[in-house]
Design a protein around this ligand. Structure first.
Ligand code: ZN
Length: 474
C-alpha cells in the first residue's frame, strides 16, 4: 500500500450542557429521566403561539467552555431558525446559531476548533421493532453545544483523544457529563484520504457511541480509502454508520437532505450584546474556571509521577480530587516527592483495586490515607502490611496505626531497638552463630527467625537481617 496517503479528518461534536432548566423554557434539564414525556411544556413540544426565553445559564456555560479553550468570544450574538422536517423536531425548525456563533477559533489538544455554538436538542424517536415509532420529548429543548473542528486531525487515535479531552473539560467545568453511551455527547467525523494536497472524496461517519468506536471507525475508513485508491477505485461520497458487532462501517439510509436549512434570525428572541452582561466579562469568566485537565496533568507530571498513573488521576475526577486532599494531609517537606509518588501509586492501584466499581466517592478519609502513606514511608508497615491495613480501612474508616497494632502488622525499624535484639539473639544462640561463622548460610535464617519471634513479629525483617550480619561479622 502506498504510504503517502494523508487522511484529513474534521469532527462535529454535540454535547448536552448541564443547567437547571431547558434552553428556551422552564422544564427541568434531566437527561437521566427515563419516564417519557414528563419534562415537557407547550414551548418544548413546539405548540404554536408559545414564546422561547433564552437560558442565560446555558450561555454562561458555553462561554466558560470557550474561555477555557482560548477561543474568541462573541460580543454580538443571535439565534437562528434552522429548518428541516423530522418527527423529532415538532416546530419544523430547530433554534440554533448560524452567522454569530458564541465562540470562534478555539484550540484543544493541538486541534484547531472553528466554532462552538449553542442550540436546542431534538426530541428522541423510539422505534418499536417495526411496529410503531414513538417520540419522547424529554430531550426536546435541552441545551446543546455544537463544536466543529477544522479538518486538521490525521488519525482515529487523534480523533478519539480529542473527544476524550473535551469530555474531561466539560466534567471539570461542571458543564456536562458528556457520557457517550447515554447520548449526552455525540461525535461525527468527516473524513477524506488523498495522495496529494488535493482533498479526496469526503465521507461522513455518524452514530459513533463510544471513544473506541470513534477511533476504530476512523481507522477503518482510512484503511478502506487507501486500499481503494491503490486499486484505482472510485470512492463514493456517502454517510456511514459504525457496526459494533462486525467492526466495520455501513452505508446509512439518509433522509433526503437538501442541506438548505433556510436559516434566518429567530424573530421571537432578542439578539444579545454579551458585554452588557457582567457575568460574561472576560474577568469573571476566567475567575469561574477551576484547574483544567491539562493544567492538572502538567502539575502531576512535574512531580515525576508516571504518565500512566497521571492519566488515571486526571481522568477520574474523584481520584484526582482525593489525591489532592491526601497531599494536603501528608506530612512532607515541599521538595520531597517520594511520598507524593507513593500516594499516587497506592491510590491508582491498591485503592482502586479494593473499591467497589462505580462508587461515587472514596470511602475513606484523606487524613487516614495520608497517615497510612506516612507509615509505609517510614517502614512501620511493610508493603504487604500496608495493603492489609488499607483493606481493613475500607471496611470501616479507621486510623491505620490502630489497625496495624490490632492486627500485629506494625513493623519496627528503630535502629537501636533492633540492634539490641540482634546482640541478644547472638548471645543466646552460640551454636548457630558458630555454624554461621563456619560458612553455614542457613544458620542466619534461623537467627533472623529467632529475632523476629523475640520482636513479636514487629521487626522489619530486612533491617533485622542487615543488623544481624553486621554484628556477626564484627
Ligand atoms: Zn418545556
Amino acid at each position: 500500500m502506498n504510504n503517502n496517503y494523508q487522511a484529513t479528518i474534521g469532527l462535529e461534536i454535540h454535547a448536552q450542557l448541564k443547567t437547571g432548566s431547558k434552553m428556551f423554557c422552564a422544564c427541568p434539564n434531566d437527561p437521566e429521566e427515563t419516564k417519557p414525556n414528563v419534562n415537557i411544556c407547550p414551548t418544548c413540544t413546539g405548540h404554536p403561539g408559545t414564546l422561547p426565553v433564552i437560558n442565560y445559564e446555558a450561555v454562561h456555560q458555553l462561554l466558560r467552555i470557550g474561555r477555557a479553550l482560548n477561543g474568541e468570544l462573541a460580543d454580538f450574538t443571535e439565534f437562528d431558525r434552522k429548518h428541516y422536517f423530522y418527527p423529532d423536531i415538532p416546530k419544523g425548525y430547530q433554534i440554533s446559531q448560524d452567522k454569530y456563533p458564541l465562540v470562534l477559533n478555539a484550540r484543544l489538544k493541538g486541534v484547531d476548533i472553528g466554532r462552538i455554538h449553542l442550540e436546542e436538542d431534538t426530541a428522541r424517536s423510539v422505534h418499536n421493532k417495526g411496529k410503531e415509532s414513538l417520540v419522547d420529548f424529554n430531550r426536546s429543548g435541552l441545551p446543546l453545544m455544537e463544536l466543529v473542528t477544522r479538518p486538521v486531525i490525521k488519525s482515529g487515535r487523534e480523533a478519539a483523544d480529542f473527544a476524550r479531552e473535551l469530555r474531561l473539560l466539560l466534567r471539570y467545568l461542571g458543564a456536562g457529563e458528556a457520557d457517550m453511551e447515554k447520548g449526552q455527547m455525540r461525535v461525527e467525523a468527516n473524513l477524506s484520504v488523498s495522495a496529494d494536497e488535493n482533498l479526496g472524496t469526503k465521507v461522513e461517519i455518524k452514530n459513533l457511541n463510544s471513544f473506541k468506536a470513534v477511533e476504530k471507525a476512523v481507522a477503518y475508513e482510512i484503511e478502506r480509502h487507501s486500499r481503494m485508491l491503490d486499486q484505482g477505485e472510485e470512492i463514493k461520497q456517502q454517510t456511514l454508520g459504525w457496526n459494533e458487532q462486525k467492526q466495520e462501517t455501513v452505508a446509512q439510509r439518509m433522509k433526503e437532505e437538501s442541506n438548505d436549512y433556510r436559516y434566518f434570525p429567530e424573530p421571537d428572541l432578542p439578539p444579545m450584546k454579551l458585554s452588557e452582561v457582567e457575568e460574561f466579562s472576560d474577568e469573571q469568566l476566567l475567575a469561574s474556571l477551576p484547574e483544567l485537565p491539562w493544567q492538572r496533568r502538567d502539575r502531576y507530571l512535574s512531580w515525576g509521577i508516571k504518565e500512566q498513573t497521571v492519566e488515571v488521576l486526571v481522568s477520574e475526577l474523584m481520584l484526582g480530587g482525593f489525591f489532592d486532599q491526601v497531599l494536603k494531609e501528608l506530612d512532607r517537606p515541599s521538595e520531597e516527592n517520594k511520598k507524593v509518588i507513593l500516594s499516587a501509586n497506592y491510590i491508582t492501584s491498591d485503592l482502586v483495586g479494593l473499591m467497589e466499581e462505580g462508587g461515587k466517592e472514596v470511602p475513606i478519609s484523606a487524613g487516614n490515607f495520608a497517615d497510612l502513606i506516612d507509615m509505609i514511608y517510614q517502614e512501620k508497615l511493610s508493603s504487604r502490611g500496608g495493603k492489609d491495613v488499607l483493606a481493613k480501612m475500607l471496611e470501616k474508616d479507621r486510623g491505620p496505626e490502630e489497625i496495624a497494632r490490632q492486627e500485629g502488622l506494625l513493623q519496627s525499624s528503630d535502629q537501636g531497638e533492633l540492634q539490641k535484639l540482634a546482640v541478644e539473639v547472638i548471645k543466646e544462640n552460640p551454636d548457630p552463630v558458630k555454624e554461621y561463622r563456619a560458612g553455614k548460610e542457613n544458620s542466619l535464617k534461623f537467627l533472623i527467625g529467632q529475632a523476629m519471634k523475640k520482636s513479636g513479629g514487629s521487626a522489619n525483617p530486612q533491617k533485622m537481617q542487615e543488623l544481624l550480619k553486621e554484628e556477626l561479622d564484627k
